[in-house]
Design a protein around this ligand. Sequence first.
Ligand code: NDP
Ligand code: MG
Length: 381
Amino acid sequence: MKYISLLGATGSIGTQTLDIINEHPTEFQLVAMSVGQNIERARKIITQFQPELVSVANKEDAEELRQEFPKMNFSFGHEGLVEVATYPKATTLVNAVIGSVGLFPTLEAIKAKKTICIANKETLVTAGHLVMDAARKNNVAFLPVDSEHSAIFQALQGEKVKNIEKLIITASGGSFRDKTRAELNNVTVSEALNHPNWSMGAKITIDSATMMNKGLEVIEAHWLFNIPYEKIDVLLHKESIIHSMVEFHDSSVIAQLGTPDMRVPIQYALTYPDRIPLKTAAKLNLAEIGQLHFQKMDLERYRCLRFAIEAGKVGGTMPTVLNAANEIAVQAFLDGKITFLEIEDLIEKALEAHSSVKNPDLDIIQGVDLETRAVVRSLIS
Ligand code: NDP
Ligand code: MG
């Protein structure tokens, strides 16, 4: 039995993680979870899964739930996230919260020797060096949930990192892949939220439309697999069937394929190195699909991808700025305060204004994160 603590239980990845726990009650048990503001959904999850500890964003919500479920433990805020991530009975943390708020709980869970299944990509982008260092020092398994990194991880089983020629990360292209840059001027929030292949949370759906998501994934891949940026390629692949590939020195390429269903990589992280059936997943039928398409990635069309690769190469606190600026800009777009293309402009301004600090510790990272958020907010207003 694996005892799971889950950050972000009400989200898209959180919900799919609960589906897997529900399908395999003899393999997994939910012991602790966090939600944000969605208390209605939290009530349903509590009733169905009976976790021992629940953390919510606000104190008032925690108190209300405590009255309703007197036998359960409740917590709130940032401390609550850490309590869930380090819950003593849990063996495995699934981090499916959104944003760099996931960083500190991840570091604490690593210190508490939990196996980490990481969906929260902002953690690795903001402080990849600290997180991977801590994972190595504490000898904990750090397993990717994101489909591209899961694909690469699967392709690398039994392989040596020194034999890698390059990683090839595939990209669906997001909601606006068939639009020119000029056509992006007037796009709306609801158009941006309409992803052709994947159903995901709002922030990552916008990140996919700006191609920032692929940029964040390049930085994630750099840290997860310890590969220099020069050896990471991005390839447009509209069908999202090949989830990513690894090319080796002998020119052999290993790819991982499947229908676009996040439950598959989530479950692989939970069962690794085993595999168990997933009844509800659709089988891949290549004869029916017939053709797969690939296209070179255009870094002028997708400026956010270029910003991310450049910020990654500069390193230090530059990716922290990239991530924080993006989080604020995307939220402003979702709130109708800025246009789609202004997301890019704000990120570019924040990056230009910042001088990167080499080898930043957690204090410096958290300071730069907060400062960038303030700078971008003031640019918006
Ligand atoms: P969602 O927006 O669907 O869910 C986010 C979760 O985090 C919700 O449970 C939300 O709570 C909670 N949350 C949000 N803000 C806070 C906060 N400040 N404090 C505490 N909890 C908070 O996101 P996704 O599931 O789409 O994505 C989660 C992570 O996984 C992201 O980093 C994303 O990039 C990554 N990812 C997602 C994929 C996908 O298919 N969705 C694929 C690969 C990676 P509530 O709703 O209750 O307020
Ligand atoms: Mg992905």
